[in-house]
Design a protein around this ligand. Structure first.
Ligand code: Z5A
Length: 231
């Protein structure tokens, strides 16, 4: 049986990494064969691109254009899909990916203002048309997410996206909402403003519902969106 591809998307500090890890642990404890991965990254080449694109300014490089940035993220994705994601799905595994094509459309499209059709075409080239079976959009107000990451002054080292204005991150969030509306039932918006345990429970319900549908039909079927909250 073809595996299941689940991606996490959302603005800064929404809890994607926390919840992706937790979902992987929970599914493994239930006997599923899970690959947990992230973007940019997941393969040696894509991890090298990650360092290049996210830390470029710190290395004293000349400013990187929005198109260069978009193509670097997309090139990393092409290798990730080819070397890790598609083989894992072909082997029937559950792939959980922390960010995927939605991030390029939201950050480089919504945030940087690049043409959405051109970005979408580049994603098709990079992924060969592969789309997640389920995208979990962890949503919360931009300010709350930035406060989670940096509010106490002790968050992660800021990268080139963190340095962007709040208006940039608002455009990213608005683009995510447009994508969720356009994609229909394969995108589920999860209210990420709740305590981690409540967010995890909502995600677990949604993913198990998809897995149950898979087992009964053994083919791709639309699933019910458990979470539908929008701001
Ligand atoms: N990017 C792009 O522009 N285009 C692309 O195509 C791709 C990526 C693929 C990758 O950064 C950057 O690349 C990203 C988009 C851009 N921009 N930035 N910055 P990254 O991989 O280093 O980090 P991230 O993906 O942006 O993750 P994040 O937004 O920083 O965090 P998160 O994964 O959503 O959250 P977290 O790490 O799980 O949690 C953050 C903090 O909140 C942490 O202290 C947690 O303990 C806390 N937390 C988590 N959940 C909760 C709840 N429910 N309540 C309270 N506190 C919580």
């Amino acid at each position: 049986m073809q595996g299941l591809f689940v991606s996490f998307e959302g603005p800064e500090g929404a809890g994607k990494t926390t919840q992706a890890r937790r979902l992987a642990e929970d599914l493994r404890s239930e006997g599923h064969d899970v690959v947990l991965t992230r973007e940019p990254g997941g393969t040696p080449l894509a991890e090298a691109v990650r360092g290049l694109v996210l830390r470029h300014a710190e290395s004293g490089g000349v400013p990187m254009s929005a198109a260069t940035e978009a193509l670097l993220f997309t090139a990393a994705r092409a290798d990730h899909v080819d070397r890790l994601i598609r083989p894992a799905l072909d082997a029937g595994r559950v792939v959980i990916c922390d960010r995927f094509t939605g991030s390029t459309l939201a950050y480089q499209g919504g945030g940087r203002g690049l043409d959405a059709d051109a970005l979408t075409a580049a994603q098709e080239l990079a992924t060969g048309g592969l789309r997640p079976d389920l995208t979990l959009l962890l949503d919360l107000p931009v300010r709350d997410g930035l406060d989670r990451r940096f509010g106490d002054g002790e968050g992660d080292t800021p990268n080139r996206m963190d340095a962007e204005s709040e208006a940039f991150h608002e455009r990213v969030r608005a683009t995510y909402h447009r994508l969720a509306a356009a994609e229909g039932s394969t995108w589920v918006i999860v209210d990420a403003g709740r305590p981690p345990v409540a967010v995890a429970a909502a995600i677990g319900d949604t993913v198990r519902s998809v897995l149950r549908n898979r087992r009964t039909s053994d083919r791709r079927v639309p699933h019910q969106a458990v979470e539908t909250g929008r701001p």
